[in-house]
Write a protein that binds this ligand. Structure first.
Ligand code: HPA
Ligand code: ZN
Length: 334
């Protein structure tokens, strides 16, 4: 099982690049940039990662991002993630970044985008890993701040395929950003949004209807509403599900309680992703393994998560066909 999962060609669609900051790199960047952090060793950082819900994680995650200051920092962060992609046979990835986490600390939008994109370009050339970049609005901040961030992104529009919505779902429903998303769409950005992670199924409905999203990030609370599940399956609206994140943040108590396999079997376009792997205990292979160990699931079903991610990705039909063939050939020889 482990070797099947490790070698399976994968596509990741839900990865916050700031959430791939490993404690060792956090320490190195803190030293390099002379930023004080309230920990004395990488082990002490790891020991602090005991989360009770989404907010308890976000508080630590935003604090960790303070060590990221220069273009080189964003390059190093992204390159480290791409090396994990190579190890896990992730052949295409779509990466989120949170511009406001950095611009609000005085780091220029260009510094962030140029550092990330330099690593993505190098990975395309040297590792044959393709990628897209999606910028997320922080939903705990207001609509004006999101509009200002959208404005800042315009000079970089050729590098950013879409906009997303992340941070604290409770108290910050999709409707708060309906006008910003309408403008982003009119400008030609694709749209995604975190919905139904800690929030109700209605947030998923609203993300689809009010924000016109192309994919729903998380979306696991859809199970509260059987009519919504049927509609997700009928429309093949993708869900970017993050198994280790969901158990670490207590969305599900145990992996065996998770609903992703049931949703897959109901025909929903479920995908497996790592969300914030440095904080939640693993990258893509670890997430697939956690699912494979918790459920009686076939190789074909595991491969279906990859096929769904290819279907849901923001890439050319030609690249989709190439990746689909790689998955199908792998499944046949396994
Ligand atoms: N949910 C909401 N916001 C986030 C997450 C998440 O899982 N990860 C990083 N920002
Ligand atoms: Zn997320």
């Amino acid at each position: 099982m482990k070797s099947f999962v490790t070698g399976l060609p994968k596509v990741e669609l839900h990865l916050h690049i700031e959430g791939s900051l490993e404690p060792e790199l956090m320490f190195e960047l803190a030293r390099r940039n002379q930023v004080a952090i309230p920990f004395s060793s990488p082990d002490e950082v790891r020991a602090a990662y005991q989360f009770t819900n989404l907010q308890s994680f976000l508080n630590i995650y935003y604090q960790g991002a303070n060590v990221l200051l220069t273009e080189q920092d964003f390059f190093d962060l992204t390159w480290a993630y791409l090396e994990r992609c190579r190890a896990d046979n992730v052949q295409h990835c779509e990466i989120f970044f949170d511009p406001q986490t950095h611009t609000d600390r005085g780091v220029a939008f260009a510094t962030v985008v140029n550092g990330i994109c330099a690593a993505l370009t190098k990975a395309e050339q040297e590792l044959a890993i393709s990628s897209q970049l999606i910028m997320c609005f922080l939903r705990h901040l207001d609509e004006d701040a999101a509009f200002a961030t959208l404005e800042m992104a315009l000079p970089f529009k050729d590098k950013i395929i879409g906009v997303g919505l992340d941070s604290s779902e409770q108290g910050n429903p999709p409707e708060k950003f309906a006008r910003v998303f309408a403008k982003a769409k009119a400008l030609g950005f694709l749209t995604v949004a975190h919905a139904g992670e800690e929030g109700p199924a209605q947030n998923i409905v609203d993300a689809i209807e009010l924000l016109q999203v192309n994919r729903v990030d998380h979306g696991v609370s859809c199970a509260q509403d059987p009519a919504l599940v049927a509609s997700l399956a009928a429309t093949r609206m993708p869900l970017t599900v993050c198994p280790l994140s969901n158990t670490k943040l207590k969305v599900f108590e145990h992996m065996t309680d998770h609903n992703l396999v049931e949703l897959l079997r109901q025909g929903v376009c479920v995908t497996i992703n790592s969300d914030d792997p440095a904080y939640f205990g693993g990258y893509m292979t670890a997430n697939f393994m956690a699912v494979a160990e918790a459920f009686a699931i076939s190789n074909a079903e595991l491969a279906q998560f990859s096929l769904n991610a290819i279907e849901a990705s923001f890439i050319s039909q030609e690249r989709k066909d190439e990746l689909t063939q790689a998955v199908e050939a792998y499944l046949q020889q396994a």
